[in-house]
Write a protein of this length. Structure first.
Ligand code: NDP
Ligand code: 8X3
Length: 256
């Protein structure tokens, strides 16, 4: 029987690419996000190409009741979740702490930290009740260990994801539920466009002179991590473009 995966934030970037890789591996999928038009297109594509079953779930992960109600309304066979990929997240704004916009801070904390918790609580309860183990993959960031100027709150939210990944691993150990964290550096998705509130010029400047990672690169890593035998767990992977050494040091070539 096919396994089932739930991928949050599958309407774009790393999440959409991860849904594609998992569908190729034969997973039935629950794909979530707010932009259900995009999720529906992805659903149609994956069902057509890979013959898997895909369920679209539209909700704002910042809202606990919306999140819980959406999950609780899943049909029974889509609740048998073997793999949860906690990917939905964002950075909003790029400025010093005294200039920050509290509504950006709230979006980041409510999405990256609280949203991840809301989904994890429900899905881990289902996994435990089923008694067949499971796997949770959290998409963290290099920002989860390397705080940088103009990114204090985003970095704090990803530090929280890093801590939660370690704590969840300890809590869920006895149930055979593996917890892995993937912590990418620069990945070219809609991430920077969102961070800079739709400013395309500033967003493209982030990747100037660099060959960044792609959503597909991260998806392939997720696909590998979850394909390992059950007695192996990849706790934590930090991955960057070859032109990036840390959050603080990127080599930009003149070309591109
Ligand atoms: P994208 O902006 O391309 O994708 C973000 C996804 O998160 C979208 O599908 C979006 O769906 C979803 N999302 C955001 N807010 C909400 C919300 N309130 N409710 C439900 N879903 C939401 O960015 P990435 O693919 O790059 O980001 C994915 C993850 O990777 C994030 O956690 C990010 O922090 C992390 N990351 C990204 C890096 C990068 O350089 N790109 C590097 C390291 C980590 P929708 O808008 O439809 O709701
Ligand atoms: C995204 C990577 O370096 O922009 O998490 O924070 S970074």
């Amino acid at each position: 029987m096919n396994k089932t995966a739930l991928v949050t934030g599958a309407s774009s970037g790393i999440g959409a690419a991860t849904a594609r890789v998992l569908a190729q591996q034969g997973y039935n999928l629950v794909i979530t996000g707010r932009r259900t038009d995009r999720l529906q297109l992805l659903c149609d594509e994956l069902e057509r190409l890979y013959g898997v079953r895909v369920h679209v779930l539209g909700f704002d992960i910042q809202d606990r009741f919306q999140t819980e109600n959406a999950l609780e309304a899943l049909p029974d066979h889509f609740r048998q979740i073997d793999l949860l990929v906690n990917n939905a997240g964002l950075a909003a704004g790029f400025e010093h702490i005294d200039q920050g916009d509290p509504s950006d801070w709230e979006r980041m904390i409510d999405t990256n930290v609280k949203g991840l918790l809301y989904v994890t609580r429900v899905v881990s309860q289902w996994m435990i009740a089923r008694g067949e183990g499971g796997h949770i993959v959290n998409i963290g960031s290099i920002a989860g260990t390397q705080p940088y100027e103009n990114g204090a709150v985003y970095c704090a939210s990803k530090h929280a994801v890093h801590a939660l990944s370690q704590g969840m691993r300890a809590d869920l150990l006895e149930y055979g539920i593996r917890v892995s964290e993937i912590r990418p550096g620069m990945v070219e998705t809609e991430f920077s466009l969102v961070r800079f509130h739709g400013d395309r010029r500033r967003a493209s400047e982030v990747y100037r002179g660099v060959e960044p990672l792609t959503g597909e690169n991260i998806a392939d890593i997720v696909g590998w991590v979850v394909s390992l035998p059950p007695h192996i767990n990849i706790n934590d992977i930090e991955v960057m473009p070859s032109q990036q050494a840390s959050a603080y040091r990127t080599f930009r070539s003149k070309k591109k």
